[in-house]
Design a protein around this ligand. Structure first.
Ligand code: ZN
Length: 262
């Protein structure tokens, strides 16, 4: 069975420190499990460039570039427009298939107005360049929903979805894709499974968000795309679908959304 990881951070320094063989070791472990490719996602200019370098090493490796709401904190506020311009300049690279991850994260203490400013600027770029976006939404469901509604031409994926089933249906109606990661397998994540059931087969994606969010039974260990089969099993069980059908749908949906061949 073939799987494509729509959201991975092989550019994360944890691979060099914690995984035998580093990033290359993790990707080859994933490929041994039938993973055909991945989107390596950046969150600030340096690791966006690293994401592109990694994507270039693999036929079905791709990259996404964006300024994550938490990483916006790394720069003085007056430098942010230049940082965003720098990231936007990477969008024309042939391996870059999406703008992301971008969004809002209210779990930590980056000021909300600063996060919204950075998010809004990048939504405008996505609109202008007609490129899909990858949305990070942590404890900010209402504000994300409102800001996306103000940009009806921007489309993409809600990554590691954690909102309600109702909201998932609303996103689908407006042309969005919904992606699920390891948490769908967690014991206390009935709300995530309910959302997973609510998404039609032609709008669902699968991802790891590795090195984070490792699915059961490896929760707590460093994650890689090879563990996605456990996430797939949890999704298929929640939806009452066979794994093969679901796996094939996630591949077709990734190809359609990101305009790639898998
Ligand atoms: Zn991520």
């Amino acid at each position: 069975m073939k799987l494509f990881d729509s959201h991975a951070h092989y550019n994360d320094h944890r691979y060099a420190e914690e995984f035998e063989g580093g990033m290359e070791g993790a990707i080859s472990a994933a490929m041994n499990e039938g993973v055909c490719g991945f989107i390596c996602v950046g969150t600030e200019p340096d690791n966006c460039r690293r994401a592109i370098d990694i994507a270039e090493k693999y036929t079905k490796g791709f990259a996404a570039v964006g300024l994550h709401p938490e990483d916006a904190n790394m720069f003085p506020r007056e430098k942010l427009p230049a940082v965003i311009d720098d990231i936007a300049s990477l969008l024309s690279h042939p391996k870059v298939v999406a703008l992301g991850e971008i969004g809002l994260d209210y779990h930590w203490d980056t000021p909300h107005d600063l996060q919204k400013e950075v998010f809004e600027a990048q939504l405008c770029i996505a609109e202008e360049k007609k490129i899909p976006v990858i949305i990070h939404d942590r404890e900010a469901h209402g504000d994300i929903f409102d800001m996306l509604r103000a940009h009806p031409d921007v489309k993409g994926v809600m990554h590691c979805y954690s909102g309600s089933a109702e909201m998932a249906k609303d996103y689908v109606r407006r042309g969005w894709y919904i992606s699920f990661a390891g948490p769908v397998s967690y014991k206390n994540a009935e709300n995530v499974r309910a959302a997973c059931r609510a998404v039609p087969l032609d709008r669902i994606l699968i991802e790891t968000d590795c090195p984070y969010l490792t699915p059961v039974p490896f929760r707590g260990k460093i994650n890689h795309s090879g563990y996605m089969k456990y996430t797939l099993a949890a999704m298929a069980q929640a939806r009452g679908e066979d794994e093969e059908t679901l796996a094939r749908a996630t591949i077709e949906n990734s190809m359609r959304l990101f305009g790639i061949e898998l």
